[in-house]
Design a protein around this ligand. Sequence first.
Ligand SMILES: [Zn+2]
Ligand SMILES: [Zn+2]
Length: 233
Amino acid sequence: MSSTIHLSYYATSFVWLQKSVEMGDAPSKAFLASYFLYRGARAAAAGVAEDAARGFELLRQAFAEGFSKAFFQIAQCYLHGVGVEKDAAHAVSLLRQAAGHGDEETPRAQAALALCYKDGVGVEADTVQAALWCQRAADSGYAIAIEMLPIIRTCDFCGTTPARQHCERCRKVRYCDAGCQAGHWKRETDPHKRHCRRRAPEASEEGTAPGGGGGGGGRGRPNLPMGSQFSEE
Ligand SMILES: [Zn+2]
Ligand SMILES: [Zn+2]
């Protein structure tokens, strides 16, 4: 019963959104875009065939006409290759901008950016940046980020959360303490010493790091990367 109500609502809403778009309303373009971008009850109820490219174009127009909230969705399109050619690195640069906008979409952009850093999508994996962006989103009360935070901060050796330290050499893994780091470095199966590579020096947040030197991953390092290689947040 209630689903019938929703279906007719979507069909009616689609008609009104189209009228608003014809009148040049930018926010309506962004809302209308969702009918074309996502297959589902909404599009089916309105009898709309999925047309992701058209959806993306509507989002792009909405943003160009001043609807800044479309920014986050545009970044998601690039991230997943919906309606536009997939370009994760570009998505990350857009999310970084959206994460600084200070509007309603900001916490969502910050949480999405945290996931990119956690999984190394469109940017080199970095557990420090992942935790930082997730914390910012959680500080705004964004529920998904609050749930994500303990997962992002889980110790890569023992699974305890929150683990507040990390391997400074690669910044891809985090630990409770030096004991967990030592255990992970040399454990029998899949030891961290097999994966740990020194990060290239960072030029800036945005720019691509200049290749300079950077070679020599320093594999097979004889000692545990303690001391300066181990940082607390
Ligand atoms: Zn641990
Ligand atoms: Zn490491």
